[in-house]
Ligand binder design. Structure first.
Ligand SMILES: Cc1cc2nc3c(=O)[nH]c(=O)nc-3n(C[C@H](O)[C@H](O)[C@H](O)COP(=O)(O)OP(=O)(O)OC[C@H]3O[C@@H](n4cnc5c(N)ncnc54)[C@H](O)[C@@H]3O)c2cc1C
Length: 505
């Protein structure tokens, strides 16, 4: 029997495990048993961190710096970084998750990447082969683009957002578009095409499922660092950040492929938390730091926490959501869009006719196909909103086939067979269940969630211990949806735990 297996009351969990294998729909459904079934085999830890994404790694780094060393990270997946996921194949390097460092010097990641000699600046707009096309392959109007751009910028301004605090961000887009678009000069189809383009642009930027879902107040709480027009990147991949954080953590303090399935937070007579993993390990700890995404928590909190989380926390989870936005990345031996002296492509697509066959309708969720930075032969498109979920349900071969046909139609060019193709499926990932940005919904705002503060508040058990702490992008008040927000949330949670430890002594 391997280490970590329960030495007492083994029969019940083991039976549950064996029965569960046959019917499990979630990797944690195999785990059965109560506190008393698991406590005998529990390993003691001062702190257990659930999740080895950027927030979890950052919390661990800070705790170690403060000499809190009896800590372990339990990560469900087989890699660290979570939504930071760099993929390499031959000379190709692409980001399945986070890609850009939003903002300039005020963003700590900008400074970090710069100090490590790993900052790369984006190309100027003029260095792209910029095309504005209809989905049928015709030239699209620059006037329509200017309106969409103007509305997009206006609805990012606090002065505009304040007027929409009690409603959806999308209402701002709709109103401003209506007042700025000149109906007189174009057809209803053309107007609708630009509205759709703007809609997809807003979803891609915000990462929300529907622009009528996110509260405008929530959008206004995001604080930009300045310099956002420049999308800086990690020159050797975003996972350089993961590796940087990991380098200060001893290997034995990280356990991959170790999903946390149960957190008993009221059962221990000393007021500790008992954590059970899908790998049949148990940990008894003073503090558990949960860094799982809002998508995972919304889906699993009833199974994960025993007893259930306090009603106020459960209610708040109902007031926030995580959108799905996916990426398609496609590469060739050489650029086909321009044979001589090719620039990276920046192809914007507007749908005047929604005439695609039903199975290809997910393509309506794409508004731009853009050359990947430092990868002259690779193009990337975001697929957003409902289209992302539709795309995730198709086979990779179908997605590739549909996309190639579409690309050929829009550009009017012959698109050769690619040598590389990938698409993400963040919505299907049971450990994330979404992509970049958590958002407070309009109904959530109306029901009282005006900021993310309550989601970051520790849970106190009946022994008076602040036993469950929270980190992750969704707990950051003003930089949610970003890697720097996740990084800073981990540090904040580590300092909170440190304060608890100090007050206990
Ligand atoms: C497609 C995409 C593009 C993005 N683009 C950008 C960008 O350009 N710039 C930017 O700043 N940000 C971007 N983001 C957002 C950024 O990646 C996230 O905000 C950030 O990485 C979140 O970190 P986190 O630690 O909060 O959560 P996560 O990265 O989700 O980490 C949580 C970890 O917990 C693990 N976990 C979950 N449940 C359990 C469990 N029960 N037991 C054990 N482990 C568990 C998960 O496997 C995961 O590793 C993007 C994200 C996506 C998906």
């Amino acid at each position: 029997m391997g280490p970590g297996w329960p030495s007492q009351s083994l029969v019940l969990p083991l039976l549950g495990f064996l029965l569960g294998i046959a019917e499990a729909s979630h990797p944690c459904d195999v785990i059965r048993g109560s506190y008393s079934d698991w406590i005998g085999s529990a390993i003691n830890k001062d702190v257990v961190i659930v999740g080895g994404g950027i927030s979890g790694l950052s919390a661990m780094k800070k705790l170690l710096e403060e000499q809190v060393t009896d800590v372990v990270i339990l990560e469900a997946q087989d890699y660290l970084g979570g939504r930071v996921k760099t993929y390499r194949e031959g000379s190709i390097l692409i980001e399945e998750g986070a890609e850009w460092i939003h903002g300039g010097r005020r963003n700590p990641l900008y400074k970090l990447a710069d100090s490590l000699g790993m900052l790369t600046q984006p190309l100027e707009d003029s260095e792209y082969d910029w095309r504005l096309k209809t989905s049928g392959g015709d030239e699209a109007s620059e006037a329509g683009y200017s309106v969409a751009e103007e509305v997009f910028n206006q609805c990012g301004e606090s002065s505009a957002l304040q007027g929409y605090y009690d409603t959806a961000h999308g209402q701002c887009f709709l109103d401003r578009f209506e007042s700025l678009y000149d109906d007189g000069s174009t057809s209803p189809e053309e107007k609708n095409a630009w509205l759709h383009y703007l809609n997809m642009w807003a979803l891609r930027d915000g990462g929300v499922n529907d622009w009528m879902e996110q509260s405008a107040r929530d959008v206004d709480q995001f604080i930009a660092y300045g310099g956002e027009d420049k999308l800086n990147q990690w020159s050797q991949g975003y996972d350089a950040l993961t590796n940087y954080l990991k380098s200060s953590i001893p290997e034995e303090k990280i356990k991959l492929n170790t999903p946390v399935c149960k957190i008993f937070w009221e059962s221990d007579p000393n007021g500790k938390a008992l954590i059970v993993t899908a790998t049949n390990e148990a940990y008894l700890t003073d503090y558990v730091l949960v860094t799982a995404s809002v998508g995972h928590l919304k889906e699993r909190h009833l199974q994960l926490f025993d007893p259930s989380l306090p009603a106020r926390y459960q209610n708040d989870l109902n007031k926030i959501d995580l959108g799905v936005a996916d990426k398609i990345q496609i590469g060739w031996e050489s650029p086909w869009w321009e044979k001589t002296d090719p620039k990276p492509l920046d192809l914007h697509i507007i749908f005047k006719n929604f005439d695609l066959p039903a199975e290809e309708s997910w393509l309506y969720g794409i508004m731009e196909v853009l050359g990947v930075h430092q990868q002259p032969n690779v193009l990337q498109a975001f697929v957003v909103g409902d289209s992302a979920r539709e795309m995730e349900n198709l086979s990779t071969d179908d997605v590739q086939r549909h996309f190639l046909k579409f690309l050929s139609r829009v550009t009017g060019q012959t698109v050769p067979e690619p040598s590389f193709f990938r698409r993400s499926q963040w919505g299907k990932n049971v450990w994330v269940r979404g992509s970049y940005s958590s958002y407070i919904t309009v109904s959530g705002d109306q029901a009282g969630l005006k900021s993310r503060e309550p989601l970051a508040e520790a849970i106190i058990n009946s022994y008076g211990n602040r036993v469950i702490h929270w980190a992750g992008e969704h707990t950051h008040l003003s930089r949610y949806g970003t890697v720097d927000g996740a990084l800073s949330s981990g540090r904040r949670a580590a300092l909170e735990i440190l304060e608890e430890i100090e007050s206990d002594h």
